[in-house]
Design a protein around this ligand. Structure first.
Ligand SMILES: [Zn+2]
Length: 108
């Protein structure tokens, strides 16, 4: 008798859905090359962290899962991140809004 109360709303797992739409700290997947074995894998970093580091010149920590090592992003890797971020911003975050030229130039 105690089972029937929640069984109907339980199947869709609404909590996951909610988390996705809120996205409190959106992250992006970035291709990283392991310095040990040169294997390419996908890492995930917070967009805010990457954008902040690129703007302020702070170092970015990358992680390779195959060897479980961390390293600081090189100039080339930073440039790649910058481009990825820019493409993403145009694509997802500012759909058909060509304002904010100041912001773009400062990221450069
Ligand atoms: Zn490796």
């Amino acid at each position: 008798m105690a089972v029937s109360l929640y069984s109907s709303g339980d199947s869709g797992c609404p909590s996951i859905e909610k988390r996705r739409t809120l996205m409190p700290d959106p992250s992006m997947q970035i291709p990283v090359t392991c310095p040990e074995c040169a294997m390419e894998s996908l890492g995930e970093l917070s967009i805010a962290v990457i954008a902040g580091a690129l703007l302020t010149g702070n170092s970015i920590r990358l992680h390779a899962v195959c060897h479980d090592i961390y390293w600081t992003a090189t100039f080339v890797e930073r440039e790649r991140l910058r481009q990825t971020l820019r493409a993403m911003k145009v694509d997802a975050m500012q759909p058909r809004k060509k304002a904010e030229p100041l912001r773009r130039s400062s990221i450069r």
